[in-house]
Design a protein around this ligand. Structure first.
Ligand SMILES: *[C@@H]1O[C@H](CO)[C@@H](O)[C@H](O)[C@H]1NC(C)=O
Ligand SMILES: *[C@@H]1O[C@H](CO)[C@@H](O)[C@H](O)[C@H]1NC(C)=O
Ligand SMILES: *[C@@H]1O[C@H](CO)[C@@H](O)[C@H](O)[C@H]1NC(C)=O
Length: 338
């Protein structure tokens, strides 16, 4: 399989296994029924489900979606409390992507003297491959101990739930972390710049701190069938509150916990970054601007010096990440300093 770089991967075992999985996926793609794209009808159906679930989370109750793969002691064992908890949103089938992230920006020991913890957050695989994939996930987790799986179906429309589950986990098992980063897999991330220049380990975290790329005066998408379509029944105002772009945003853990408490009051909104923005508005918190041009929501060609002076670039695939990473790690002393 050309698509899986075995030399870069964890070893023959998982390689063969994910190769098998790929075959499985390919096999399913040949079935015409699974090729059908979601129609607007399916979208509105989804919304019915969402709208009928007014409270995503109910922290007072036994938790509706238990963690099936969990690491409650992930944040223990280091002298200092974790400075940064990385919650990486992945899909169950993203075996190869997770491996690339572990070898690049997800590396927990990349920033000397700063405790970073990384978890990949995912839900349940689609029923068609559930058994095979679940076995694989458990194997992957035995090897790396960094998966956090919640008991709901892993779909794009459940992404808000996934993010909230990640924050819920932080509240349960990692409340002493200073900051939490929500990040997607299709990005380039520079943890050193994030930690040293944006968060700054010597400063105490501000209780209302959240930063990223801030969308200002954003307008809801009303085109049916669009990925981010939001019907009036779900959100009737003509503007969203300002929010930080979903590919990556970082906040103090105390703010994350308060987001959880207000999240219960809202209807589920599957556009996850907008949802977090609604929670912020409810809390009276405005996103803090990041240094200019440090969270890029559009693609940028790799440039050694430029990438050392920013936090995140959206639209980076894992193959590309693996290619540029060794170059990125080599000394940056040749670059002009800020
Ligand atoms: C949470 O669950 C409890 C017990 O089932 C219920 O009484 C309460 O109304 C729920 N709260 C919310 C916000 O749904
Ligand atoms: C993580 O970074 C450390 C320090 O740079 C390095 O020694 C280690 O090999 C890296 N781990 C992985 C999995 O790439
Ligand atoms: C979200 O997860 C629940 C629980 O597994 C599932 O019933 C529901 O269909 C999922 N929602 C969407 C929109 O995929």
């Amino acid at each position: 399989m050309k698509l899986i770089k075995c030399d870069l991967m964890l070893g023959a075992l998982l390689c063969t296994a994910s190769g098998g999985l790929l075959m499985l996926l390919l096999a399913s793609w040949t079935a015409p029924t699974s090729l059908r794209l979601p129609s607007p009808r399916i979208f509105s159906k989804t919304f019915e489900w969402q709208a009928q679930t007014p409270h995503l989370l109910n922290l007072t109750d036994p938790y509706p979606y238990p963690f099936l793969i969990n690491h409650p002691d992930k944040c223990e064992g280091s002298r200092d409390a974790p400075f940064l908890l990385m919650l990486v949103m992945t899909r169950p089938q993203d075996v190869v992507v997770r491996q690339a992230i572990r070898q690049t920006w997800g590396n927990e020991t990349l920033v000397p003297g700063v405790v970073i913890r990384r978890l990949f957050v995912l839900g349940l695989p689609q029923p068609l491959f559930a058994q095979e994939l679940q076995t694989l996930l458990e194997e992957e987790d035995r090897e790396y101990g960094d998966l956090l799986q919640a008991g709901f179906l892993d779909t794009y429309h459940n992404l808000t739930l996934k993010v909230l589950m990640g924050l819920e986990w932080m509240g349960q098992s990692c409340p002493t972390a200073h900051y939490v980063l929500k990040v997607d897999t299709d990005v380039f991330l520079n943890p050193s710049f994030l930690v040293q220049q944006v968060l700054q380990p010597n400063r105490p975290p501000q209780p209302n701190f959240i930063t990223g790329h801030i969308y200002r005066n954003p307008v809801p998408l009303r085109t049916q069938g669009h990925k981010w379509y939001v019907p009036l029944e779900l959100y009737s105002h003509d503007k969203y509150p300002d929010y930080c772009g979903g590919p990556g945003y970082v906040m103090s853990s105390s703010l994350a916990l308060r987001i959880l408490t207000v999240a219960q009051r809202f209807k589920a909104m599957y556009v996850e970054d907008v949802f977090v923005g609604l929670c912020l508005k409810q809390l009276g918190v405005k996103p803090t601007p990041a240094p200019p041009n440090t969270f890029l929501m559009s693609r940028r060609k790799y440039n050694h010096c430029a990438f050392h002076q920013l936090v995140l670039v959206h639209h980076f695939q894992s193959q590309e990440l693996l290619q540029i990473w060794p170059k990125f790690l080599t000394s940056s002393s040749a670059c002009p300093s800020v």
